[in-house]
Design a protein around this ligand. Structure first.
Ligand code: ATP
Ligand code: MG
Length: 791
């Protein structure tokens, strides 16, 4: 290539540049957090484009989250100094596999408009299977089967490939149920998340001609966060890179945090074996964090064995030490962090002024978010939740989306079941059974079964009329969505053919532009189905909010080309908050924070049992604990300037108060790099961090007040207070509660309530139980009126 000015190379260090310029053959960049791996990977894409070695759609680039993909696209655009035409193959494994699978669905026994099931649907389907097989779901829960199947899919095992050593799984029925499940998914023209990869890998393995096309087409392959690939993803990459071997992977063994989901850190360690002659680049300069932050992170990760061991250094100024603070309980922790953020925003902490966008709260478990959300709503502090239980999981949104799913994919029986009698159409259990039976008899989808059942008058009366209307509506909405059929030659100028795409990637059906936009269609669907009216007529206090959410849903459609694109997006995304303008604090899990950076990071909830998680502590062996430690390392290394770690002595988890010891990871922080804060006298006369532990639980000691972190007395205090069964929350100290009544119950237990019917206990608080009722949703009820199911 002729030498051209290349500004995108200027701000790279020599090692990064080496990784960028080494275009052909395998390259592995193995380096610690914040050393510029992602930056170099992005520059590499720019270089491939600028040097003319590849066109944008010949580069396959895999990121770990959709957010990361978006950011990388933007950065490539900026570095190129022009808007790129789009990088159709830059995305997550799942997003890329959906595209591939749509093109070759028939090879997996699916149609190209297949639905992607979410966990809820998946569980529902598995429950049906268990009941068909007369398996007691109480002893053998559907969730357990779901995670088993997921585990197998992550290893790229189709039912026939599950090894004999797994034959005992799920009471010796695992493989058989897996096979039935896959067959049922095919009937429904659906697949689950794990299938996206599994199907594509299977297609590549069974159809070398298809694989060869893509091997040629994707001239360069790039993978970020390689340490977190699972076996299926690894096989997929190896297959695609098998021809030219132009594959560049970057990762950090210390940041492998998805072992629980089947990721194999071993993949990164064997790269050189899989790709002999691989060019290995190591980066050691960290550009993200201050020395104190780096030292704290290194101190923690040092506790792990079997690391490759990388030393990081930085030229950054020393900055603030990592700050550590203890609180009485989770609410107080949230309150303090809220106030601290307001101070940081005003610049009254003696530090620089921060924008809310600069600040992130990274939690270990998503239930920790609620305290922050509540607090921030109260004080009006704008925040966004990235990746938590969220908008698209709300009931009304899921109902509405079930309608959309049926319009896009009429075979989607689960969606049909969800909405057939929502709003009420006089189609009770009996009518639904008739529909099911008819569908089975004719071997058709439920919609089709419903149509036949009405036609043949297997169903009569009001319900039948309503059902006929529903079926007709669904068919009509679908026609509207598809637009008028065009004959060959009757080209529309908007036909979605990308000139650059190779012929085999172009779809065949040509339809003209629909009369209604997909947003208009969505409104029509919600109106004509009676769904909107259902909530308008609903007098419960939640109804207005639900209507707002439905409006929000239609608004969300705007960013997408069509309904299908939108549904796919919802199925795939983790960070799907609708964005309003203005700066916001980000709240997310540590897992979701991977690869990101913020000037100011709060790490709350560092308590044994929460972080590290109880499960990892109970496990024999160190595997789980080491993964938690890597998570701590990921958390600390997200911070650029200010990192604040906190813990609470008491915490309400699923309605129960628990007291806890500070995380063992706190002991591993090197003292020289940590400053212990005492909460200011905000919450009553000069009451310090450690005293807070004593204050509420009757242990009147202030021994540890001065320095929580250093004081052995503080630890003893904790040990003593943790021996108490459960410390009482302050607000309920004076209430008399009927503990007798609650003691008969435990979390997860199936119970019966006279008014609300069957449900499962999701919380125990005082003499009240929080129960997820099968028919009437989550409610808090007095324990006295609840019976164990077998009573
Ligand atoms: P992680 O392991 O957390 O994903 P990473 O290795 O991918 O981190 P990047 O996110 O690419 O690191 O870079 C960290 C920060 O350092 C970014 O703000 C980036 O812009 C900056 N940076 C990277 N390389 C350089 C460089 N050569 N000069 C100046 N800044 C750099
Ligand atoms: Mg990165």
């Amino acid at each position: 290539m002729a030498a051209r000015p290349a500004p995108y190379l200027d701000d790279l260090n020599p090692a990064q540049r080496e990784a960028v310029l080494q275009m052909d053959g395998p390259v592995l960049m193995l380096a610690g957090a914040g050393t510029g791996k992602t930056k170099a990977l992005t520059a590499r894409i720019v270089h491939l484009l600028m040097s003319g070695n590849a066109r944008a759609n010949e580069i396959l680039a895999v990121t770990f989250t959709n957010k990361a993909a978006r950011e990388m696209k933007e950065r490539v655009g900026r570095m190129l100094g022009q808007q790129i035409e789009g990088m159709p193959w830059l995305g997550t494994f799942h997003a890329i596999c959906v595209k591939l699978l749509r093109r070759h669905a028939e090879l997996a026994g699916l149609k190209s408009n297949f639905t992607i099931l979410d966990t809820d649907d998946q569980i529902r389907l598995l429950k049906q299977l268990l009941s068909l097989n007369n398996i007691d779901e109480k002893r053998w829960p559907a969730r357990q089967l779901a995670s088993l199947i997921d585990h197998w899919k992550n290893r790229a095992w189709t039912p026939s490939k599950v090894p004999a050593s797994e034959a005992g799984a799920f009471n010796h029925r695992g493989t058989e149920l897996y096979e039935q499940y896959q067959a049922r998914l095919r009937e429904l023209n659906a697949c689950d998340f794990g299938d996206l990869l599994l199907h594509v890998v299977t297609i590549f393995q069974a159809h070398p001609d298809v694989l060869a096309q893509y091997q040629r087409w994707f001239r360069y392959i790039l993978v970020d966060e390689y340490q977190d690939t699972n076996v299926a993803q690894y096989l997929w990459l190896r297959l695609l890179a098998g021809g030219h071997k132009n594959i560049c992977c970057v990762g950090d063994d210390d940041q492998s945090i998805y072992g629980w989901r089947g990721a194999e850190v071993g993949n990164i360690l064997r790269f050189e074996k899989d790709f002999p002659g691989a060019h290995v680049v190591r980066l050691e300069q960290n550009y993200r964090s201050t020395p104190h932050i780096l030292a704290a992170a290194s101190g923690v990760i040092r506790g792990n064995e079997g690391r490759l061991g990388k030393e990081l250094w930085t030229q950054a100024e020393e900055g603030e030490k990592v700050r550590l603070i203890g609180h009485w309980d989770g609410e107080e922790e949230a309150r303090w962090i809220g106030e601290e953020i307001e101070s940081l925003q005003k610049g009254t902490r003696g530090l620089r002024q921060y924008s809310l966008d600069d600040i992130a709260i990274l939690v270990r478990a998503s239930h920790q978010m609620r305290a922050f959300e509540d607090r921030f709503l109260t004080i009006g502090l704008p925040y966004r939740v990235i990746g938590g239980p969220r908008f698209y999981e709300r009931m009304e949104i899921r109902d509405a989306m079930a309608y959309f799913r049926l319009v896009v994919s009429p075979d989607d029986d689960l969606a049909f079941e969800r909405i057939v009698n929502t709003p009420k159409r006089g189609l009770g259990d009996k009518a639904q059974q008739t529909i099911q039976a008819t569908a089975r008899e004719f071997g058709v989808s439920l919609i089709e079964g419903a149509r036949i059942a009405v036609e043949e008058e297997r169903l009569r009366g009001k319900g039948a009329g309503q059902l006929r209307m529903l079926c007709e509506n669904l068919a009509r909405w679908r026609e509207t969505m598809l637009g008028p059929v065009l004959r060959p030659g009757e080209a529309e100028d908007s036909a979605d053919v990308i000139d650059d795409e190779p012929a085999f990637l172009v779809g065949e059906t040509r339809r003209g532009t629909p009369e209604l936009s997909h947003m208009e269609l969505a409104e029509v669907i919600l109106d004509e189905s009676g769904y909107t009216a259902m909530w308008q007529n609903d007098k419960t206090p939640e109804a207005p909010g639900r209507l707002e959410n439905l409006k929000e849903l239609v608004k969300a459609l705007e960013q997408f080309e069509n309904l299908q694109g939108f549904l796919e997006h919802v199925a795939l995304i983790m960070d799907n908050e609708s964005e309003e303008a203005g700066a916001k604090v980000s709240i997310m899990t540590l897992h979701a924070a991977k690869g990101l950076e913020f000037p100011c990071v709060f790490l709350p909830g560092w308590e044994d049992g929460l972080f590290p998680s109880q499960r990892s502590m109970d496990e024999s062996g160190l595997k789980g604990l080491e993964e938690e430690r890597r998570l701590a390392y990921v958390g600390i290394t997200r911070a650029e300037e200010l990192c604040t770690i906190s813990f609470a002595g008491n915490r309400r988890v699923f309605g129960q108060w628990q007291s806890a010891l500070p995380s063992r990871f706190i002991d591993e922080l090197p003292e020289a790099h940590v400053e212990v804060l005492t909460p200011p006298g905000l919450y009553g006369g000069g009451y310090g961090a450690a005293a807070a532990y004593g204050g509420g639980s009757g242990l009147e000691t202030r021994a540890a007040e001065a320095n929580v972190y250093n004081s052995p007395g503080w630890k003893r205090l904790q040990e003593r207070s943790s021996q108490r069964p459960v410390s009482q929350p302050r607000e309920s100290r004076n209430t008399v509660i009927d503990l007798q009544a609650v003691s008969a119950f435990e979390m997860g237990q199936r119970v019966f309530h006279q008014k609300f019917g069957y449900g499962e206990i999701t919380g125990i608080e005082g003499d009240k139980l929080e129960i997820a009722f099968e028919k009437s949703g989550v409610k808090k009820v007095v324990a006295r009126f609840v019976h164990a199911e077998d009573d």
